[in-house]
Write a protein that binds this ligand. Sequence first.
Ligand code: NAG
Ligand code: NAG
Ligand code: NAG
Length: 539
Amino acid sequence: FGKMVVIFGASNIFWMVFAASQAFKIETSPESRTLAQIGDSISLTCSTIGCESPTFSWRTQIDSPLNGKVRNEGTKSTLTMDPVSFENEHSYLCTATCGSEKLEKEIQVEIYSFPKDPEIHFSGPLEVGKQVTVRCFIPDVYPFDRLEMDLLKGDYLMKNQDFLEDTDKKSLETKSLEETFTPVKEDTGKTLVCRAKLHIDKTDSAPKERETIEELQVYISPKNTVISVHPSTRLQEGDSVTMTCSSEGLPTPEIFWNKKLDKENLQLLSGNETLTLIAMRVEDSGTYVCEGVNTIGRSRKEVELIVEVAPKETTVLVSPSSILEEGSSVNMTCFSDGFPTPMILWSRQLSNGDLQQLSENTTLTLISTTVEDSGIYVCEGINQAGISRKEVELIIQVAPKDIQLTVFPSESVKEGDTVIISCTCGNVPETWIILKKKAETGDTVLKSIDGAYTIRKVQLEDAGVYECESKNEVGSQLRSLTLDVKGRDNDKDYFSPELLVLYCASSLIIPAIGMIIYFARKANMKGSYSLVEAQKSKV
Ligand SMILES: *[C@@H]1O[C@H](CO)[C@@H](O)[C@H](O)[C@H]1NC(C)=O
Ligand SMILES: *[C@@H]1O[C@H](CO)[C@@H](O)[C@H](O)[C@H]1NC(C)=O
Ligand SMILES: *[C@@H]1O[C@H](CO)[C@@H](O)[C@H](O)[C@H]1NC(C)=O
């Protein structure tokens, strides 16, 4: 038993020695200070040694609520804050009591918020030569007076900023940094770095850091759009044309060919640089538009194609008629088809064949015409592709006037004389002359040559009234004379009057072609006219 006592005593001594070396102590984890991010969860642990069943209590220094849950477990007490909020920014005091002994330890909880990487925003696309503002912002920061932000392009520090604001406000804030710069082509491929540093721990040299890197893509809006046309912008129907378009830009612009339908609407023809149009027609004339397009812009260039058609089917409308009475007016209107619309040119053909220009108006108006206006008028439809002409003959007629009827040698002759009766029609063209001998039984039309009728060996029966009628479409004039034949003892000559209608001698001034047409027309009208005879009478 004594042994046991010894043993007991020894163990008691041991215990006492142990107890003496293991004096009542308090420990915390973390030791004195901790950093917690808002929204996270942290636990503060308070534990003791040298006491079998300590009691714990937690409080904040200013006796505000703990905002955490306490769990005691033997010699350990845990204060858990989940989630960490602004209300946890305190010094927490853990008090452990063991019998009459009381120990305290403080843990400083510092909080921060720095949950996301910075975001980079540009005010627009990065276009070479155009100012752009880059804004880098970092959301939900606390405490923002400890924030520092850097903006770097490649290795170059564009901007550095602190946010040293004196504020007691406890809130999460979004802070940003802004810088304006003008991109250059060489910026493509460089990196833009936005770096945010939160210097939470004054003692700690390494701040919390977050960064975002963006590779720069620089653009050039399409420009210098150029069109080349082969063979020409002026084409004939049936031709082909090839048009090539180029445009500079970054990224390389896509090329689109369109045809302008009206002021606003375009018809897409091709997405190729080269546009070939074959077998062109007049309708293909118009404005073709090439557009260089890339992500940030477009540049357009236009070209005008003209498919020409040589003037054709030139026609002339004469109102009221191409045969006119002197003094009347005439409108000659000319039409010509073609593309581009032909220009009209009116001319008059001179006797040597040359043309004398008169007017570029569609309608050529002659007011109060005179005989001198008679002639050939030429209308020409003219455009770049050619000329088409049409001629019209204008005939101005006057009523016969100044006709003269004479007899040679005199109005009183002797039987057997040679008598010449002649009729001249003044200077009026297109006039018919009819020489007649009047008689009770009916008039006899006489065969005259150039208006002259010759009676060889005049007879008594030849005496009487002779009449000359000068006549055209506009009017007629009559002259008459009386031939007196005195008897003589002579044989009678054979006389057989033949019928002939004479065409006025003065009409010789009218060009032969016109005359043939005219005679032909007359022949048709009168039905029994001999052109051959008429021609003979001229020669
Ligand atoms: C035009 O582009 C189309 C595709 O868009 C292609 O198939 C065709 O070969 C191109 N034509 C020419 C002449 O380049
Ligand atoms: C010619 O045209 C004009 C204008 O159209 C018109 O007033 C005039 O009566 C015409 N003259 C003739 C002879 O047709
Ligand atoms: C052409 O017509 C216009 C009016 O229609 C007139 O004023 C002008 O004198 C004309 N020109 C000629 C050369 O006839």
